[in-house]
Design a binder for this molecule. Structure first.
Ligand SMILES: C[S@@+](CC[C@H](N)C(=O)[O-])C[C@H]1O[C@@H](n2cnc3c(N)ncnc32)[C@H](O)[C@@H]1O
Length: 259
């Protein structure tokens, strides 16, 4: 399951505007396709395909003989993707990541998952499904940004409260992962890490402003504020902020294979 906000038409509309007016998802997709080493003829699952930015990048890599299965749980996101990527080599599937029943066992050679993985609330079930659909020699590539991912290997603690969080991360993939806990979690799910790469990029104030207009980007607030209120706050913040201010974003990419 995931945040119901992904199912809103306004999320898809704003996401599409963001993806068209900035380079972020293209930049992230480019490295993902590169690390997945997709050769012409490959069968690829694009998990959480959204509006199809990564799907398009994968499609260009698979050549004439390959195929892309682009899966997303959100109807509105998929509707935009279907308009954007029109190719007989792409099959769009509306499904949850933990139940991709249209795909047979071992039917894909690569799984790419751009800007989604850390959002899954049911990671063990998703990993079991990926293990099922991925060919034994296949690769699963995903990424995660700070602060959801910590770029350190934090050793097992001796404190109850810290250990509690570490066990939750290792067993269920819940909470923030670090370099050690993600490895343990993946291994528990039958995958091993065979490559890692960091991507650092600069986010301009204008990109932040556009990104935060996507309903899902500010839906985490507790207690929640109405979307209109969030938009009004964002408008004020953008007027008050220095236009030249930029922030560094760091993403970690993982290339994994079934054990
Ligand atoms: C940040 S977008 C990334 C989209 C795309 N990969 C890209 O790079 O543009 C996250 C996507 O993951 C999808 N998603 C979230 N939870 C999902 C789930 N449980 N199963 C399938 N898709 C999911 C959302 O609907 C959304 O379209």
């Amino acid at each position: 399951m995931n945040s119901p906000v992904w199912h809103e038409a306004e999320t898809a509309r704003r996401y599409h505007i963001f993806a068209r007016q900035t380079m972020m998802y293209q930049e992230l997709s480019r490295l993902m396709v590169q690390l997945a080493e997709i050769e012409p003829g490959t069968q690829v699952l694009d998990l959480g395909c959204g509006t199809g930015i990564t799907t398009q990048a994968v499609l260009e890599a698979v050549g004439d003989g390959g195929h892309v299965y682009a899966v997303d749980v959100s109807g509105p996101m998929l509707a935009v993707a279907r308009e954007q990527v029109t190719s007989e080599q792409v099959t769009f599937i509306e499904a949850d990541a933990a139940a991709i029943t249209e795909l047979a066992d071992g039917s894909v050679e690569r799984i790419v998952c751009n800007s989604v993985f850390w959002q899954f609330r049911h990671k063990p079930q998703v990993m079991a499904e990926l293990r099922r659909v991925l060919a034994p020699q296949g690769r699963f590539v995903f990424n995660a940004p700070e602060p959801y991912f910590m770029f350190e290997a934090i050793p097992r603690s001796k404190k109850v409260s810290v250990l509690f969080e570490q066990l939750a991360a290792e067993r269920y993939g819940v909470g923030r992962q670090d370099l050690r806990s993600i490895e343990v979690f993946l291994r528990n799910c039958g995958f091993e890490i065979v490559g890692k790469q960091m991507l650092e990029r600069t986010r301009s104030a204008a990109e932040s402003y556009l990104f935060m207009q996507i309903p899902v980007a500010t839906a985490w607030m507790e207690p929640p504020l109405e979307y209109e209120t969030r938009l009004a706050l964002l408008e004020e913040a953008y007027q008050l902020a220095e236009p030249g201010q930029a922030t560094k974003q760091r993403w970690m990419y993982f290339v994994t294979r079934p054990l």
